[in-house]
Design a protein around this ligand. Structure first.
Ligand SMILES: NC(=O)c1ccc[n+]([C@@H]2O[C@H](COP(=O)([O-])OP(=O)(O)OC[C@H]3O[C@@H](n4cnc5c(N)ncnc54)[C@H](OP(=O)(O)O)[C@@H]3O)[C@@H](O)[C@H]2O)c1
Length: 283
């Protein structure tokens, strides 16, 4: 696995495993637990040592599945990211949420704790005071945010003594400056350059836009042949070729987990990266 430097001493794997829809959507789904746990274990064996989850996923059940899967491994080999939902950002709610996440994850620390999305009602100073106390108590190693724009990143950093090390945002060949939600805008022109200049890792979520990116496209079709790689591998390789960008494709299929790992360890010619930078993709 390749890594990117997190802050001065830490590192984050370039490719991680997304877990949205493993063990349910907003609500828990217990029907496929055995497969889900063995898929996550298998992914870790294959090299996916960063697992991205959230208290919201599967109404908490996804964290339970991740917790069961990681028990077979040395804890320090795994980098666990989880997120506090934006309705739980009051000081005491954050502490309670993280206590519950740690319990479900069966671990005594979280590597990276993110604010899942900004809140319009709860002051960020209150949330980050709780994040700071969790770092102080060594329950959380690194803190970050998700779906934040530049002004929100600047404000957040002013309210914590810890470095905001990461911003998880929707970013792929398809969603350049405009994502699904109103808050996901200006990623390429504003948020990413700001993160790159300020030593913040960009965790690109939905790297293949749930498969939408894998449709025929003249440039992707051409690059597939030129590099003997699949469209998913090209889309992921394009992301991680960028300064400070790591990503977290979700798959529960061994063949596709392997395929996505095949996005690592090679480089496209600069001209092709530029063509992709300039290409238009539509869903
Ligand atoms: N912070 C946020 O607000 C936020 C929002 C959305 C997502 N996320 C995180 O980002 C992760 C990734 O996003 P996502 O799961 O929405 O979308 P994604 O990773 O872009 O796509 C996942 C979908 O594509 C399929 N897939 C994976 N690899 C493939 C390949 N090589 N070829 C064809 N199909 C492939 C998967 O199916 P199979 O499982 O059948 O392979 C799954 O249906 C999430 O799981 C979650 O952890 C965070």
């Amino acid at each position: 696995m390749q890594y990117k430097r997190l802050v001065t001493e830490g590192q984050i794997p370039v490719l991680g495993l997304g877990t949205w829809l493993i063990g349910g959507g907003q609500e828990p789904d217990y029907t496929d637990d055995k497969n889900a746990i063995s898929t996550i274990k298998n992914a870790i064996h294959l090299g996916y040592t960063h697992i991205d989850t959230a208290e919201m996923y599967g109404g908490g059940h996804t964290e339970e599945l991740v917790g069961k899967a990681i028990q077979d491994f040395s804890r320090k080999e795994i980098f666990v990211t989880t997120k506090v939902r934006n309705t739980k950002l009051r000081y005491n709610d954050v502490l309670q949420s993280v206590k519950e996440s740690l319990h479900r994850l069966q671990t005594n620390y979280i590597d990276l704790l993110l604010i899942h999305a900004p809140s319009n009602t709860i002051p960020i100073s209150e949330t980050l005071r709780a994040f700071d106390s969790l770092v102080e108590a060594k329950l959380v190693k690194y803190i970050g945010v998700s779906n934040f724009q530049v002004d929100q990143l600047i404000e957040a950093q002013q309210h914590t003594k810890n470095k905001i090390v990461a911003n998880q945002i929707e970013y792929s060949l398809l969603t350049r400056n405009t994502g699904r939600y109103a808050e996901n805008k200006d990623m390429e022109t504003k948020t990413i350059p700001y993160c790159q200049q300020n030593n913040i890792i960009i965790i690109a979520e939905r790297p293949i836009e749930r498969g939408l990116l894998l449709k025929s496209h003249p440039l992707l079709d051409k690059l597939e042949v030129k590099y003997n790689k699949t469209k998913a591998q090209i889309a992921i390789n394009w992301l991680i070729s960028k300064q400070n960008v790591v990503t977290i494709p979700k798959s529960t299929n061994e063949k596709r987990l392997m395929e996505n790992l095949g996005a690592l360890g090679w480089k496209m010619d600069k001209e092709d990266t530029k063509l992709l930078d300039e290409a238009q993709f539509v869903s």
